[in-house]
Design a protein around this ligand. Sequence first.
Ligand code: SAM
Length: 179
Amino acid sequence: VLRIGHRLVRDDRVTTHSALVSRAFGAEAIYMTGVDISVRQTLESVGKRWGGQFRVELINDWKAFARQWKNEGGRVVHLTMYGTALSSGISKLNCKSNAGRNVLVIIGAEKVPREAYDLADYNISVGNQPHSEIAALAVFLDRLFSGAELSKKFGGAALRIVPSPRGKKVREAPRKSIN
Ligand code: SAM
């Protein structure tokens, strides 16, 4: 996931939630511009407790980053209310010519620069109404992974939830012995 833009203070929670949703819905990493390292620290602490290898990377030049992604054979998707329908976008990503390619999903915080629309291989909408990058990302990733991401295993977790119809059941992982 590549998140473009961040309005200091106003966007703090949304930025953290973009990262949490990326992690929980199967993305490997989120690349962000204009944020301080506190988002990375929050996600590191989540990773220690709940496992997995999710990465938060701070970048300066998102255009150069997206171009390089494409040069390395990856596909770039930009989520925007102005794009083409989600279902047709997912079908295109599932085409034979896209098999095995890494997908970079661009989401915006505020108005997204024109270059994002041009750089993207696919501009995809999650409905044509304005809503939120967090909702758009969750729905997109869920369709991309056909729901399989919700049962993804997060290795090395200190804590694991035992799904329960009522209340909270959490197991601690056994401590590793030193010798
Ligand atoms: N009017 C703004 C624009 O698109 O330039 C809306 C910004 S919105 C607060 C932040 C981000 O949410 C957008 O950049 C886009 O990534 C995502 N988003 C909002 N509505 C969407 C929709 N219907 N489909 C896909 N993405 C959406």
